[in-house]
Structure formats: C-alpha cells, structure tokens
Design a protein around this ligand. Structure first.
Ligand SMILES: [Zn+2]
Length: 115
C-alpha cells in the first residue's frame, strides 16, 4: 500500500485536500494520519498579522495578492486537530477513508492520538 507524506504549514487538512484526493483517487491510499505539533508557528499569528507583514515587507501590490488569502493559522492545537479530522470526515470524497488526528510533542518526542 502506498504511503504519501503531505506537508504544509500547520498540517492543514484544507490546504492538503487537493493532494489527499489525488493520493486516494489516483494512487490508492486509504488512510489519513493528520499530525500537528506542539510549538507550531501557526499558533502564533492570525490573518491580519500575516497580511500586515506582507504589506510592510513587500508593499501594496503584494498585499493585494493576499488580501483574501486565509493563512489557516489557529489559536489552539488540540481543538484544531479535532476540527481538521471532522472536516475531512465530512467530505464525501473521503468516505471510506480512515482518518485519525495526532499531536507530535516536540518536547518529549512522543506522538499521541487525539481523535
Ligand atoms: Zn508547525
């Protein structure tokens, strides 16, 4: 059975969705392990902060390119793992796919199952 590792900022299910569909429909994967980690940078900002940084560092034209972009940051780790797993399970294309959510604890090196 093929295994694919899909990485993105914050281990976002929404951001990975396109790759997940390809992995399952074209390449035959049947299970998703969503793993976020403690100390994630995505816990430290929000859309306004990210957009403000783009504007400050890159100017108005660049700011326009990200004005509607959701950077998919999140304020609470465990809650977001549950939310992402629930979101994936709600998608019809994910029906029949096993989805679990995990947290990699950087401090201890342990991985624990959340849902
Ligand atoms: Zn991270």
């Amino acid at each position: 059975m093929p295994t694919h590792v899909i990485r993105n900022a914050g281990a976002s299910a929404r951001d990975a969705f396109r790759s997940l569909v390809i992995s399952q429909q074209l390449l035959g994967t049947t299970e998703v392990l969503l793993v976020k980690h403690t100390g994630c940078g995505m816990l430290t900002f929000d859309n306004d902060t990210a957009r403000g940084l783009v504007k400050k560092n890159k100017g108005d034209e660049a700011a326009k390119e990200v004005e509607d972009l959701d950077f998919l940051a999140f304020p609470e780790l465990e809650e977001k793992v549950q939310d992402d797993v629930q979101w994936l399970k709600s998608k019809a294309v994910e029906e029949g796919v096993k989805v679990t959510g995990w947290i990699y604890e950087v401090e201890t090196g342990r991985v624990r199952k959340v849902v």
